[in-house]
Write a protein that binds this ligand. Sequence first.
Ligand SMILES: NC(=O)c1ccc[n+]([C@@H]2O[C@H](COP(=O)([O-])OP(=O)(O)OC[C@H]3O[C@@H](n4cnc5c(N)ncnc54)[C@H](O)[C@@H]3O)[C@@H](O)[C@H]2O)c1
Length: 340
Amino acid sequence: MKILITGGAGFIGSNLAHKLVHKNYDVRIVDNFHPAYGGNEHNFTGISNKIELIKGDISERSVMQNAVEGVDVIFHIAAQCSHVDSMVDPWLDVQYNCIGTLNLLEAAKDSAKKTGKTPLIIYAGTRAQIGQPLEMPAHEKTYPNPVDVYGVNKLSAELYGAVYARVHAMPFISLRLTNCYGPRHQMKSGKYGILNWFISLALQGKPVKVFGTGEQLRDYLYIDDAMEVFVKCMELGQNLKTKAYPKIQLAGTHVPFAAFNIGSGKGIQFVDAARKIVEKAKSPIEFVPWTNERKSIETGDFVTDTSASTEFLNWKPTTSFDEGLDKTFAYYEKQLSHYL
Ligand SMILES: NC(=O)c1ccc[n+]([C@@H]2O[C@H](COP(=O)([O-])OP(=O)(O)OC[C@H]3O[C@@H](n4cnc5c(N)ncnc54)[C@H](O)[C@@H]3O)[C@@H](O)[C@H]2O)c1
């Protein structure tokens, strides 16, 4: 089976590439290595001669037309990932997250017409689509309430997927991830992946800064658990192709589309997570006032309702927060210089 990963050089994409290569799948990656994001050739250590790498931008139609050629499954992971930047440069967010996704869907549709083979698309959605949850824990059918342009555009990309599933029978599964942490994440900016950023600061003996009291609840997911559910979705996706549609239908009973909220289901106060990190590294913690930039796009408490992912994907995370932190520290104690 041939698999395409967009954004495969970054945190989630490269961890997935390792997992798929180890399962002997044929993996192609498209990534633009934009310096602001997590694309990093070091992430391919151990698999670089086993993957096909296309250096290109998903917002260019010709790149996506070439990238989808002959593939059975597409993991769509490339994105503009910063909540803050999406408010400063909303046009770039539209270009990557909306236009990039439309290019992928159109390319997959054209390829299916030519070859008769319709690829399954699995999309890395985000809790930012739900934004400030209108009910807790956040269930799939909770009405979305995004608080930033990133959340709106990531939701739009998911809805484009639902439309192409309905009109062109292209199977599409969205995994709306909560905050993930673990190896192979960039450590150069606090604008993406706050836990990894805190670990980077703590390992360098620099203070970790918590806005306000940090009492808001967060739901953290270790990367290996997230990868497990991505791979499981390939199995569910094969069912979508054979019309055994899942019962979590957000787009009607005959549409090969599904969306799942993916998290640990456990709320941890942000300040407790920060404290665990500084205790491990014996580094300082500081409490600072919220900046307007951050406060205006803060979601408040977020905990995932895991009932649908448990029932329909037969998946539950197995890594405790302490265990995940230990593994993450162990990785960066050796590899930090490659990610700064
Ligand atoms: N990390 C998390 O906690 C988290 C949580 C929820 C959702 N997500 C979603 O997961 C996906 C990946 O996030 P990540 O943490 O791995 O980020 P990352 O920055 O590590 O990876 C993103 C990758 O996409 C590439 N990319 C970005 N724009 C591109 C473009 N226009 N063309 C080609 N490649 C492009 C980057 O170079 C990078 O390698 C995103 O879609 C994000 O919305 C991540």
